[in-house]
Design a protein. Structure first.
Length: 195
């Protein structure tokens, strides 16, 4: 069983998440994103493929269909790039840590063609939605550390939620994010934890 991977959904007034589902099959290689993607979301397939290849990670030579759920809400922005890339990479991983199977992850960041993860803003909305959905881990670009710290502090002090917020892991590039996911262990994640 694969972990659940999502990204913030920025086009709704209420902070919420979109979930990335991937289907792969042995057919003529093709990469498609469905689920009402806007042009910048559709273009993610080019950013994702280039970032995976420049990071020297294996891009599946299969027919890949990525569904962004809920499919009835138009997706906007580039904040799902990292989540899409990680979900695609998971289709190639033969075995994962049993600890990882029942976890929820949110990955928020735009991918550069070189594999670096760029900030997309709206961190408070992302942390709020993750806490509300009981997400276990949130991957963010290291450049958003200060904003993430402040947002997390505000959400904790507000006492809106009784459950704990997600563990925030700061990363610089796709390779780091993939290493965390593919070699997952609670001890390993402690070196990346924000607070």
């Amino acid at each position: 069983m694969l972990p659940k991977i999502g990204a913030p959904l920025n086009c709704d007034p209420t902070p919420m998440l979109q979930w990335v589902e991937v289907s792969s099959s042995f057919q003529i290689p093709h990469f498609q994103i469905v689920g009402l993607p806007s042009p910048e979301v559709s273009e993610a397939k080019e950013r994702v493929k280039a970032a995976i290849e420049t990071s020297e990670l294996p891009f599946p030579k299969k027919r890949i269909v990525v569904n962004l759920s809920p499919a009835n809400i138009k997706k906007q922005g580039t904040n799902a790039d990292l989540a899409i890339a990680l979900s695609v990479l998971l289709t190639k991983k033969p075995s994962l840590s049993p600890e990882l199977e029942h976890t929820k992850w949110v990955a928020c960041g735009e991918l550069g063609l070189d594999g670096n993860v760029k900030p997309v803003g709206q961190i408070t909305r992302a942390i709020y939605a993750c806490t509300k959905e009981r997400v276990d881990f949130l991957l963010l670009p290291v450049s958003e550390k200060i904003q993430a710290y402040e947002s997390l502090k505000v959400i904790k002090e507000s006492c809106v939620f009784k459950n704990k917020p997600p563990v925030i892991l700061l990363i610089e590039n796709l390779s780091e994010a993939w290493k965390i996911l593919s070699e997952f262990s609670a001890e390993q994640c402690n070196q990346y934890e924000l607070i």
